[in-house]
Design a protein around this ligand. Structure first.
Ligand code: EPZ
Length: 420
């Protein structure tokens, strides 16, 4: 397994170009199953997870080819209804094949994704919504089998018991081809939902209210092809801003969507960062400035994103004072805590909150990544710490951060990938 060898203690400085959003790319790649026309996707990040998504598309009968860097052509028609366990177990977002397959083919067999490191990750809300849209759902041998009664789903008013990002996306895709109008109440409001809705509208879907808690979709007979550019990755942007800040650096990010990062930018400013926004550029200046502690409570968008919790914990770990980080979305998203403690952080887990006492600096150590965003926090800690840090199992990070070493080196960071 690959490792990162990082030598810390240097301020990051310079420019970095932010890639397309992983969590927009995954549903958008899968939504192409809703048409047999060709679709060109641009600004698509080249990641383990997007590669897995294309593999799933191929298994289901679609064809794809790379036109240029970050530009893909998808064509053909889905012919198979089965999303197999061997592939789904490597990427739980595969559950988002359920909605498009059931809507386009009238049936689907998608392996239950199973849990992952950060929690049980149930999909009951995805299933419940499809039942309300007229699908017969059975769970057999670890597969969810869906059958649209009469071959076509119908509109419904669905109230989500919990705010679910991929749950909202699955149902929005299914509703695009259903017979009649679907209303999704208590919908997720993430910018990636809006980007998926923009892509579906480009394909001829009738959707409004995306980005708010109530989304209305009027089903159409069929959807057509076209071209869509994936929105900027707000979590990648937030990650590089935290890395610049934690190392007291001076960084400029290009190709961002600042409006998707308001909660993160507010917390960075509260922690004493100087931040300037200029169109799609964000500049952070932390030279000669102290990091002030800030309390964090994660929440669905537009609240503070759970995907930025681990990264921000590193900032608080070296801030001038004490703070707390509370995780309200997932039940087990503190696996970076023991690893940061091994680097000298003073952290104490109390239920779903971590109490933090800032220390002057961290010390390099051998640490292990456990999930995508925990690996990002360990890389940031390595860039901050005195001495050398070795981060093991960085395949987690390859899932969601495009050209990591190149981007960190471009900011003056010292990082090497070694194959164990
Ligand atoms: C999406 O996961 C993201 N993944 C996650 O990003 C992100 O952390 C999460 O949303 C929350 O923002 C993608 O978009 C591919 P949820 P998702 O459904 O949709 C419970 C990353 O690092 N729930 O919004 O799976 C669930 O257990 C990843 O890029 C149910 O109970 O998350 C959780 O407690 C990690 N039943 C809460 O809702 C359901 O049917 C929110 O989960 C669905 C969810």
């Amino acid at each position: 397994m690959d490792k990162f060898v990082i030598t810390g203690g240097r301020a990051l400085s310079g420019e970095v170009v932010i890639s397309g959003a992983k969590n927009a790319a995954l549903p958008i790649i899968l939504c192409t199953m809703l048409t047999k026309d060709s679709i060109v996707l641009k600004n698509l990040p080249e990641l383990r997870d997007t590669a897995t998504c294309f593999k799933l598309l191929e298994i289901l009968g679609k064809k794809y080819q790379k036109l240029n860097d970050n530009e893909y052509l998808i064509e053909g028609e889905v012919t198979s209804k089965v999303a197999p366990y061997d592939l789904v177990k490597t990427m739980r977002a595969s559950i988002m094949a359920l909605g498009p397959l059931t809507a386009f083919l009238g049936e689907a067999e998608v392996s239950l994704p199973g849990g992952c490191a950060i929690g049980a990750r149930p999909v009951d809300l995805h299933v419940k919504g499809l039942i309300e849209m007229g699908a017969k759902m059975h769970l057999e041998e670890g597969y969810i089998r869906a059958q649209a009664v009469g071959g076509r789903l119908h509109g419904a008013r669905i109230v989500m018991d919990k705010v679910s990002v991929t749950g909202t996306e699955n149902l929005m895709m299914a509703a695009s081809l259903a017979d009649g109008v679907t209303i999704i109440e208590n919908a997720a409001r993430e910018p990636e939902i809006v980007d998926l809705a923009d892509c579906l509208r480009m394909m001829g879907a009738k959707i409004r209210g995306d980005g708010t808690a109530t989304i209305e979709i009027e089903g159409v007979k069929e959807l057509h092809g076209g071209e869509h550019t994936i929105v900027a990755d707000r979590i990648e942007a937030g990650t590089y801003l935290v890395a610049g800040m934690a190392t007291h650096g001076f960084v400029t990010l290009h190709n961002t969507l600042p409006s998707s990062l308001e909660a993160v930018l507010a917390k960075l400013r509260q922690a004493n960062a100087l931040i300037e926004i200029n169109g799609t550029d964000i500049t952070l200046d932390m030279r000669g400035r102290d990091i002030m502690p800030v309390d964090i409570v994660t929440a669905p968008h537009p609240g503070f994103p759970t995907d930025m919790q681990a990264q921000f914990m590193v900032l608080n770990a070296i801030a001038q004072g004490s703070s707390s980080v509370t995780e309200t979305i997932f039940e087990n998203r503190f696996m970076h805590v023991p690893e940061l403690i091994r680097m000298g952080a003073r952290l104490k887990i109390e239920g779903n909150t971590v109490m933090i006492q800032g220390v002057p600096n961290l010390k390099g150590a051998q640490v292990m990544a456990t999930d995508l965003r925990a690996s990002a926090s360990l890389v940031i800690a390595g860039l901050v710490a005195e001495g050398q840090t070795i981060v093991d199992r960085i395949y987690h990070m390859d899932r969601g951060y495009e050209h990591i070493e190149r981007k960190i080196r471009g900011l003056g960071g010292t990082i090497e990938r070694v194959s164990a």
